[in-house]
Write a protein that binds this ligand. Structure first.
Ligand code: HEC
Length: 248
């Protein structure tokens, strides 16, 4: 019995000493860290010095010939001006005035946020051409179809491997959604969908939206969407068709 008392008592003393005993002590030694949580990391902070490199800078210059994401070759990459590479995002917008060269822009305007004031805006902020749609289809198929499926039904290949709740983009709610809100979802993601702010350029996000709208329109097409002469071939007789007044 007494043995247990001594064990308990010494544990109690140890506990009290460990909590209160060393308070107020000063030490130059680093504290014992049980879970350092990556507080200190072997990395350079921005703009810091480095003895490792001959020029004492930790920030390095681009390797000559580096091609930024979204460009296809260094020849067409001109950092300060419009460029003319049919396969890059800039071409989707053409040299559209102030928006000719925005790539990953984070400016606060509609083009880069989808917002007008404190509301979602709607509409593609540049002329939509066949090249835009082609680019949009390509980017959609690369980036979105894996989850959302080729026509946006939410049944892409990833849905077969356990990612639940992929939005069906053909549903009325998303058909009614402002383009700006979709832009925001592409940029920042939503719940289990990750954002594409650093991987899809701004013009490409709009091109994807233009293509997505085409998918929605195609899926919900009616006879009225066809040219009249073609629509006629598909017109079925229907009891709803009222007879002309003189035949009634
Ligand atoms: C890794 C799978 C995945 C990819 C890739 C993906 N999405 Fe999604 N997306 C989701 C999921 C999951 C949701 C449902 C998120 C929620 O509301 O819980 C979603 C939701 C959405 C919504 C509806 C958002 C809302 O407000 O309800 C839109 C629009 C959308 N995605 C567009 C896109 C576009 C455009 C792309 C390509 C750039 C894309 N997604 C790529 C998984 C994905």
């Amino acid at each position: 019995m007494l043995r247990y008392f001594f064990i308990g008592f010494s544990l109690l003393v140890l506990l009290i000493v460990s909590i209160t005993g060393f308070r107020g002590w000063k030490s130059k030694r680093p504290p014992i860290e049980i879970f350092p949580d990556m507080v200190r990391q072997a990395k350079y902070k921005a703009q810091s010095e480095s003895d490792f490199y001959a020029d004492d800078r930790s920030a390095r210059q681009h390797v000559p010939g580096t091609v930024p994401l979204g460009y296809s070759s260094p020849q067409v990459y001109q950092p300060d001006g419009p460029h003319h590479d049919a396969s890059s995002a800039g071409d989707v917008m053409g040299d559209a005035g102030p928006y000719g060269h925005i790539e990953f822009s984070a400016s606060p305007d509609y083009v880069a946020t989808g917002r007008i004031g404190n509301q979602w805006g709607t509409g593609i902020p540049f002329e939509v051409t066949a090249a835009t749609m082609k680019r949009g289809r390509e980017r959609y198929n690369i980036n979105c179809a894996v989850c959302h499926g080729a026509v946006g039904m939410g049944n892409g290949i990833v849905s077969k491997y356990g990612l639940n709740g992929i939005a069906n983009q053909q549903q009325q709610r998303i058909r009614d959604m402002a383009d700006g809100e979709i832009f925001n979802t592409i940029t920042w993601g939503k719940n289990s969908m990750m954002g594409y702010a650093s991987t899809i350029q701004v013009p490409d996000r709009w091109a994807i939206i233009a293509y997505l709208r085409a998918l929605q329109r195609a899926e919900h097409a009616t006879l009225q969407d066809l040219p009249e002469d073609i629509a006629k071939q598909y017109q079925k007789p229907s009891i709803d068709n009222k007879l002309p007044a003189n035949l009634q």
